[in-house]
Design a binder for this molecule. Structure first.
Ligand code: MG
Length: 378
C-alpha cells in the first residue's frame, strides 16, 4: 500500500435525540472524516470519532485535527507497506491519540479490502453474516421519560438496552426499568462516574438484584484495583471500557479479575488492527467481548459492524441503526437495524457508498496533503 493523498473533513451532524451521560449533554457531534487515496487512485474512508470535549478520554476534535495533520498524515505519506497492520507501524512512535490513529486505520483497512475486492468484515476474519445490535440510552429528566425511551427501543426490535447511570441516577431508574421489562437484556454504564468507596459498593450490591448483563466502567479508568474489589462483592460481571486502551490493559484486567467482560472500541483502541488484537486477547482469556460505539457517523459505524462479526464478539454491540442518532448520514445506504439485527455487508471495503460530494459540501474545515509535497519538503 502506498498512500499518495490524505484529505480530512471536519463535519457536524445534529442528533435526533439529545444524549446525556454522567459527564455532559450533547445535541450534535463533530467528527473528522479521513479520505486516503493510493497510487492507483483507489480511495478508502475512515472516521475520527473523537468527542468534542476531553471528558471521555484526553482526545478532542482539536487534538485529533492537530495530530492527524501534523504527525499522522506525514508519517503515512512517507511509508509503504503491504498491509494495513504494517502501514500502521508508521505511527508507532506517536504516543496516545488513539482516536486520530483509528480514523486512519479504518481508512487503510477500507482501502486495502476494496483493493482486494473483499468485504472489510472478511478481511478482518469475521464469521457472522449479521450482528445483534444494542442501544444505549442517556440520562433522562425523569424515570417516566426513561421508561418511554426503553419502550420505544423495545418496540423497534432492539434486544439489549444499556442505561447510562451516575451518582443520584442509579438504583431507582434501573430497578424501575427492570420491573417494567423483566426479561430484557439490560446493562448499566457509569462512564467512571463513581468513587471506589463503600457507598458506591453498596449501590452496585443493590443493582446486583436487577440481574443485569454487566456493570460497565463504574470507576476511574486507571483504577483496576477498585474494579477488582467490587467484582469480589457482586455476581454481575464488571465490564471495562475507558480502562482498556491497549491489549496490555486486557491482560491486567484478567490477571486482577478486575472485570469479566470487555468493551472493545475501535476508536478508543487506535483502530481496527488494535481492536482485532484485543479481540484475540479476550478470546484467549476466555471472556466475552462486545463492540462499543462513540455515536459514529456511517463510516465508523460500518467499521464497528465489520469488527463485530469476529467470533469473540458474543454479546450485542453498540451498532444500532444510524436513524436512532442521525436524520442524515455520510454513507448510502445508512446502517439499518431490523428487529435489532444489522446485516454485515458483502460489498468491498465497508460495503457502503460514501457520499463524498455531500461531505465536501457540508465540511466546516478541510485539509489536504500529498506524498509529492511530503517528499519535496523532507
Ligand atoms: Mg462505556
Amino acid at each position: 500500500m502506498r498512500i499518495d493523498r490524505v484529505r480530512l473533513y471536519e463535519l457536524s451532524l445534529p442528533l435526533v435525540h439529545s444524549f446525556e451521560t454522567s459527564s455532559h449533554r450533547k445535541s450534535g457531534l463533530t467528527h473528522i472524516l479521513v479520505e486516503l487515496t493510493d497510487a492507483d487512485g483507489r480511495v478508502g474512508w475512515g472516521e475520527i470519532a473523537s468527542p468534542t470535549h476531553p471528558y471521555f478520554s484526553a482526545d478532542t476534535v482539536e487534538t485529533a485535527w492537530g495530530v492527524a495533520t501534523r504527525y499522522l498524515a506525514p508519517a503515512l505519506l512517507s511509508t509503504e507497506a503491504d498491509s494495513p497492520a504494517v502501514l500502521e507501524r508508521a505511527w508507532a512512535r506517536i504516543r496516545g491519540h488513539e482516536f486520530a490513529k483509528s480514523g486512519y486505520s479504518i481508512a487503510a483497512w477500507d482501502l486495502a479490502s476494496r483493493a482486494r475486492g473483499v468485504a472489510l468484515a472478511d478481511a478482518l476474519g469475521g464469521v457472522r453474516s449479521e450482528v445483534v445490535a444494542g442501544v444505549s440510552l442517556g440520562i433522562e429528566a425523569t424515570v417516566d421519560e426513561l421508561l418511554e425511551q426503553v419502550q420505544r427501543q423495545v418496540d423497534a426490535g432492539y434486544r439489549r438496552v444499556k442505561l447510562k447511570i451516575a451518582p443520584g441516577w442509579d438504583v431507582e431508574p434501573v430497578l424501575a426499568v427492570r420491573d417494567a421489562f423483566p426479561r430484557l437484556l439490560l446493562h448499566v454504564d457509569a462512564n467512571a462516574a463513581f468513587l471506589a468507596d463503600e457507598a458506591s459498593f453498596t449501590i452496585f450490591e443493590r443493582l446486583d438484584a436487577a440481574e443485569l448483563t454487566m456493570f460497565e466502567q463504574p470507576f476511574a479508568a486507571r483504577d483496576f484495583v477498585g474494579h477488582a474489589r467490587l467484582q469480589q462483592r457482586v455476581s454481575t460481571p464488571i465490564c471495562l471500557d475507558e480502562s482498556i486502551v491497549d491489549v496490555d490493559d486486557i491482560h491486567t484486567m484478567l490477571r486482577l479479575d478486575a472485570g469479566r467482560v470487555v468493551n472493545i472500541k475501535v476508536s478508543r483502541m487506535g483502530g481496527l488492527t488494535a481492536a482485532k488484537l484485543a479481540h484475540d486477547a479476550a478470546v484467549d482469556g476466555g471472556i466475552p467481548a462486545w463492540c462499543g460505539g462513540m455515536h459514529e457517523f456511517g463510516i465508523g459505524r460500518a467499521a464497528n459492524v465489520a469488527i463485530s462479526s469476529l467470533p469473540g464478539f458474543t454479546l450485542p454491540s453498540d451498532v444500532s441503526g444510524s436513524d436512532k442518532y442521525y436524520a442524515e448520514d455520510v454513507i448510502a445506504p445508512a446502517v439499518i437495524a431490523n428487529d435489532g439485527v444489522v446485516r454485515v455487508p458483502n460489498g468491498p471495503g465497508i460495503g457502503h457508498e460514501v457520499r463524498d460530494d455531500w461531505i465536501r459540501a457540508h465540511a466546516a474545515r478541510t485539509h489536504e496533503q500529498h506524498r509529492a509535497t511530503q517528499e519535496a519538503t523532507r
